[in-house]
Design a protein around this ligand. Sequence first.
Ligand code: TXA
Ligand code: MG
Length: 318
Amino acid sequence: MAEIGKDIARAKELLEQGELVAIPTETVYGLAGNALDLNAILKIFKVKNRPHFDPLIVHVGSLDQARDLVESIPAKAEKLAQLFWPGPLTLLLKRKSVIPDLITSGMDTVGIRCPDHQLTQSLLQSLAFPLAAPSANPFGYVSPTSAAHVNDQLGPQLDYILDGGECRVGLESTIIGFENDKPIIYRLGGFSVELIEKTIGSVSIQLNTSSNPKAPGQLKSHYSPSKKVVIGNLTELVKEHASKKFGIIAFSERIEGIASDQQRVLSPNGSLDEAAQHLFAALRELDKRKIEIILAEPVPDIGIGKAINDRLNRASAE
Ligand code: TXA
Ligand code: MG
């Protein structure tokens, strides 16, 4: 199993040697390596068992560090970065040739993100290179929101996990790109569509599934636990699946008459932020239990609720 700690100097040393380190961010934990080192990048794909057609996000400590990696920054992207970085927003920008083909799967844009987590910020400030970091889970599985989640699955293949506690946002970053300066959201995430539109005007959303080469990681079935997940009205689902052993993920209210260890309530106060923060841990916990199926209900489809519903739908796709 990996060593878990808060030692930035140790993380830095390993990364400088071309090794991988799991890092905390405000969204989910990342599996980080030197984004300019081909061997480190290859290790990331290998450890995650990730297909090479799925590009990696590059993490920087500031907007100025991003400037060295991209040809240009459209005005709307610049505005978003100025206002909201560090934060859960990834910008797809035209890459400079320093960014290896392997990072972008050969595409001419690179995803750049400036994570809002104090430990990882300190680490990025201390390094002479940016960090490539996909979520620190095997390809296709639920992203990790704690050091223990990372250790559970990737521990045997990792030397060090930088422990920054439970992730504050709990869902991956929102990904936005620009075609002829027109903004397009490719992945719903921790940064709300509403706030983006308030800042730069209307955006289109292209959450394409398997046929969209622009966001290959947006496969229809993704972020999935190994158990079958069904989404709908919980009272009805409970009746329908009465003969099975099920677990429940409810938004704010528990279902009467069901044992409490069988259900997870994401936010008793009905807070979408809190629900987002707890969703992946709930999926992971229920996935470990002796149940056959996970029943879940959609949350209100506003703000980060859109991203929660997106992840639930992907988790339930066959
Ligand atoms: O919150 C996050 O973004 C986390 C933390 C660790 O930063 N990272 C993350 O990375 O979610 P990953 O690799 O699990 O998901 C990145 C997604 C994939 O769906 C990938 O296809 C897409 O971003 N992506 C990356 N670069 C891209 C590019 N140049 N064009 C289109 N999609 C890209
Ligand atoms: Mg991922």
